[in-house]
Design a protein around this ligand. Structure first.
Ligand code: GLU
Length: 442
């Protein structure tokens, strides 16, 4: 049986680290197993969903390099949901409720004040067909609830192991709102059945939904998929990721120069038994992926970790991978010289200015620099020039270490830190180097 997975974001905002993780894990599962992935846009909530957000989700996934084999938009499928609701009505599993939100709220408060869980009391089930008809005729607009069957709902969770719920501890969920709109609990199951989804992997915030949805799969005659619920990410300070670090959008990260492979390397492994290390290749992440490696404990995410991975990635990216994002004229020698000092590709630009000039040299000891200038090796400077030069200056002056190198760096770059001068010097070139050693802007 070919596994069929899905990623089902609601287009009510940009993708953030929390839901991107769900996308990545489902994609990895599909690619590892030779299965297929459905991208489903859950846009039944027409007040909060926008076409722009839906389009941005596709752009974000493509930027990450995640592809999908099937595509569906829930707003194209309202008839399917209505048909499913009719079937549930016909089998007595969907019943109308006429309580107002205020009444429900009051009921909940009363239950809570008595120390009882706020479970819907099924008062609407006591209405006679005659009463229901009268209220409908009167123009009242009911919500429609799914009647759960009493008893244990159990599944073998790919991450959490055996999970059990007692249905009597759950409220009959509203599947259709008073305005007739089908809700996620229903639409998701209808689509999961129609697209023959075999595996549903999502965050543990959906565990209670799963208990309800297992009964819905059964009521609609669908095969119940295999479920996996991974622990939500906490940020380093302990808050739920969805509220804090997790709400950092992919768009923000991209604007900050975080690379797709940094995000993939982190989120493919976060919460698993594997160490988090930078990978340059999606194929390696696929090969390393196993859903069984995800544990139950809550993983912590410090956003600084992402920056570290990004910096590591800079060391590994070849010139060709970044060429179109470097300043015009920058070549492979430049990239190789500076990449070890960068957190992001755009950090290369200031070093290009250092190489090309104009740089205002910092000159503390003009005589020392004047002497050093006379020892600069003849001919075209290459990567051996720096060693030869500083060796000669050292012999002539007796200086070593910082006393020797720092004045040269300050004069040549105007800065007290930066990439290896052995690599920068040939890029700066003899003419500019001499000018800067003389204290001229060049
Ligand atoms: N649209 C739902 C969400 O974003 C999908 C949840 C699910 O995977 O079933 O939470």
């Amino acid at each position: 049986m070919t596994p069929i997975l899905r990623f089902a974001p609601s287009p009510t905002g940009r993708l953030h680290l929390g839901n991107v993780r769900t996308a990545i894990v489902n994609w990895l599962y599909a690619r590892k197993s030779g299965g297929r992935l459905l991208l489903r846009i859950d846009d039944t909530d027409q007040q909060r969903s926008t076409a722009a957000h839906a389009a941005a989700i596709e752009t974000d996934l493509a930027w990450l390099g995640l592809d999908w084999d099937l595509f569906a938009r829930q707003s194209d499928r309202f008839q399917r949901y209505d048909a499913a609701a009719d079937r549930l009505r016909a089998s007595g599993r969907l019943y109308p409720c006429f309580e107002t939100p205020e009444e429900l709220d009051l009921k909940r408060k009363l239950q809570q004040s008595r120390g009882r869980p706020p479970i819907y009391d099924r008062a609407a089930l006591k209405l006679t067909p005659h009463e229901i008809e009268a209220r409908l005729r009167h123009g009242e607009k009911p919500t429609w609830r799914f009647k759960l069957e009493r008893g244990t709902v159990a599944w073998a969770d790919m991450v959490r192991g055996p999970v059990e719920f007692q249905a009597e501890n759950l409220s009959d969920p509203v599947l259709i709102k008073a305005d007739g709109q089908s809700l996620y609990t229903l639409t998701s199951v209808v689509d999961d059945i129609e697209f023959a989804i075999t595996h549903i992997i999502r965050g543990e915030d959906h565990v209670a939904n799963t208990a309800v949805q297992v009964q819905l799969f059964e009521a609609l005659g669908g095969a119940v998929p295999t479920f996996g619920h991974f622990s939500l990410i906490a940020d380093a300070s302990g808050g739920k990721l969805s509220k804090r670090a997790g709400s950092i959008s992919l768009e923000n990260l991209r604007d900050d120069g975080i690379e797709p492979m940094s995000i993939l390397s982190l989120l493919a492994k976060l919460g698993t038994s594997d160490p988090i290390e930078i990978r340059t290749d999606r194929a390696q992440l696929i090969q390393e992926f196993e859903i069984g490696k995800f544990g139950r404990s809550q993983p912590k995410l410090d956003i600084v970790e992402l920056e570290h991975l990004n910096a590591k990635l800079m060391h590994l990216l070849p010139f060709e991978a970044v060429a179109d994002r470097l300043p015009a004229g920058a070549d492979a020698a430049f990239w190789d010289a500076v990449r070890g000092n960068l957190l992001r590709v755009s950090d290369a630009a200031p070093w290009w200015e250092v190489v090309q000039g104009p740089v205002t040299p910092v000159v503390a000891e003009p005589e020392f620099l004047a002497l050093a200038a006379t020892r600069l090796p003849d001919g075209k400077l290459d990567e051996t020039s720096w060693g030869a030069w500083t060796g000669a200056v050292k012999s002539a002056t007796g200086r070593k270490g910082k006393d020797l190198f720092l004045p040269l760096r300050l004069a040549l770059t105007g800065l007290d830190h930066g990439p290896e001068l052995a690599r920068l010097l040939p890029l700066i070139g003899r003419e500019r180097a001499l000018k800067r050693l003389q204290g001229h802007v060049a």
